[in-house]
Design a binder for this molecule. Structure first.
Ligand code: TXA
Ligand code: MG
Length: 335
């Protein structure tokens, strides 16, 4: 049985779940990026249960979530000076940093690596839960492996109800896409996964920070093991559209309708398109990011066979993360 707990202002609603989390339960928690599936990082059976509940490949390491600096010190061998600077600017928030792991962090958590990914989330319920449990909390995104991530408690219920102990409902996630994963163990800081903190923002603090999306997409020796798997994909076939959306999609919609397939579109101006289910992606990349996973899930629930989604035109801020998720979700289908 999965127990659902609502939190708004009063964090004492979390006491029971925090105690259970510490003792080995699986607890889904809201963060500012996406919902996470949490377990006590020091409890091996609980960590293993995360992989089982999600159907996650064993070689994809987990992010350790901390509530502050003291907890960070527990889980890494040393804190590099770059991390000190980044912490000041971006924590709590959507930045995950890779450092050398401390001995107390098991190879189950890190999937055999000697490094560990650490983040301090900004959602008050996530911070309160970690603090009350008193232990660092490993948490991958709270979705079935391969599916769109979860940004509302209802998404977590759909994917994981009956498989986990608690779901904390803290409302819709603010950012809507996962944290930026930044590797601090190489010569220069390197973005392994674009996310809620942009390359430009990181470069204001550490100018030498790099990001090579092409290398990542080619699949050569991925440094972040998770990158090689299918991710974020809806059940419907998903096609991305760059350039003039209407011009490209109109003929495709007629073709799909001739085949008797149910069509969905996700774009800035869906009003006059003859799709069966039309959703607005929002005017800004931030709005699009916040609603992306919810939109894909809603179209799946409705029974779409094929979805056409607009690729965002700009390349700043959250756009790199948005484009990365869209491309992975579409498995390379671009019109
Ligand atoms: O926003 C987020 O980061 C969310 C919330 C819940 O905090 N969590 C999340 O976790 O997205 P997950 O497991 O879905 O993605 C973690 C990513 C994977 O791509 C994984 O391969 C990478 O981080 N990762 C974890 N530990 C790593 C390590 N030691 N070295 C390289 N990559 C690592
Ligand atoms: Mg994930």
């Amino acid at each position: 049985m999965t127990k659902i707990i609502q939190v708004e202002q009063d964090m004492s609603a979390l006491d029971e779940a925090a105690e259970a989390l510490k003792n080995g339960a699986l607890v889904a928690l809201p963060t500012e990026t996406v919902y996470g599936l949490g377990a006590n990082a020091f409890c091996e059976p609980a960590v293993k249960n995360i992989f089982l509940a999600k159907g996650r490949p064993q070689d994809n390491p987990l992010i350790v979530h901390v509530s502050g600096r003291a907890m960070l010190e527990q889980v890494v061998r040393r804190i590099p000076p770059e991390a000190e600077l980044l912490m000041e600017h971006f924590w709590p928030g959507p930045l995950t940093m890779i450092m050398e792991k401390a001995d107390c962090i098991s190879h189950t958590v890190t999937a055999g690596l000697d490094t560990v990914a650490v983040r301090m989330p900004a959602h008050p319920a996530a911070l309160a839960l970690i603090e009350k449990s008193g232990v660092p909390v490993v948490a991958p995104s709270a979705n079935l492996s391969g599916s769109p991530s979860t940004t509302r408690a209802s998404h977590v219920i759909a994917d994981l109800s009956g498989k986990i102990d608690y779901i904390i409902d803290g409302g819709a996630c603010q950012v809507g896409l996962e944290s930026t994963v930044l590797d601090l163990t190489g010569d220069v800081p390197q973005i392994l996964r674009p996310g809620g903190v942009s390359l430009a923002a990181l470069r204001e603090v550490l100018p030498e920070t790099t990001y090579e999306p092409a290398l990542k997409q080619s699949g050569i020796a991925p440094k972040s093991p998770g990158m090689k798997y299918r991710h974020y994909a809806p059940k419907a076939e998903l096609y991305l559209v760059s350039g003039d959306f209407t011009e490209k999609v109109l003929p495709r919609l007629s073709l799909e309708h001739e085949k008797g397939r149910k069509t969905g579109v996700l774009c800035r101006k869906p009003e006059n398109l003859p799709a069966d289910f039309a959703m607005e992606s929002g005017e800004t990349p931030e709005a699009y990011a916040k609603l992306l996973f919810d939109s894909l899930r809603r179209m799946d629930d409705w029974g779409a066979d094929v979805i056409f989604a607009e690729l965002p035109p700009e390349t700043e801020g959250i756009t790199a993360a948005l484009e990365n998720r869209l491309r992975k979700a579409a498995g390379g289908h671009v019109l």
